[in-house]
Design a protein around this ligand. Sequence first.
Ligand code: ADP
Length: 145
Amino acid sequence: MYHTILVPIDISTPELTQLVVPHVKAQVSLNDTARVHFLTVIPIFPYYASLGLAYSPEAPDNEMIRSEALSQLTEAIKPFNIPKSRMETHLATGSPKDRILGLAESIQADIIIVASHRPSMATYLLGSNAAAIVRYAKCPVLVIR
Ligand code: ADP
């Protein structure tokens, strides 16, 4: 039984979120005290940033991007149907894998539940974020295919 469950959500691919819903619900139903932490990371691509194309943390529209991401996250997690008192939402900026692993440590996650990769990337066994989470997380990782 897992108490602290981390579920990273890529808001740009709702079909991945759909995949993990039944598995998260199943874990929550096993434990009355389980808490689910949803995290979405707004990626910053160093390559674009070096061209001056990505927003920087000081850019004036940063707040707008954050609030839009947060409202999309709120929308994306509705199908999980977790009572508000038993979940938390988190928003971060940077490298998704680093931020996911970082949050897992700081909340002392007991398990991380992720989808393996975008269905359109049929040739991958594991997407780059999922692979890094499996490799470096200090807790169990449930990968949904
Ligand atoms: P792909 O490269 O095919 O998109 P990923 O490894 O990036 O595969 O995605 C697998 C899982 O990683 C997603 O289901 C999600 O749980 C997590 N993930 C990926 N990107 C993000 C993100 N920006 N924020 C939060 N979680 C993410």
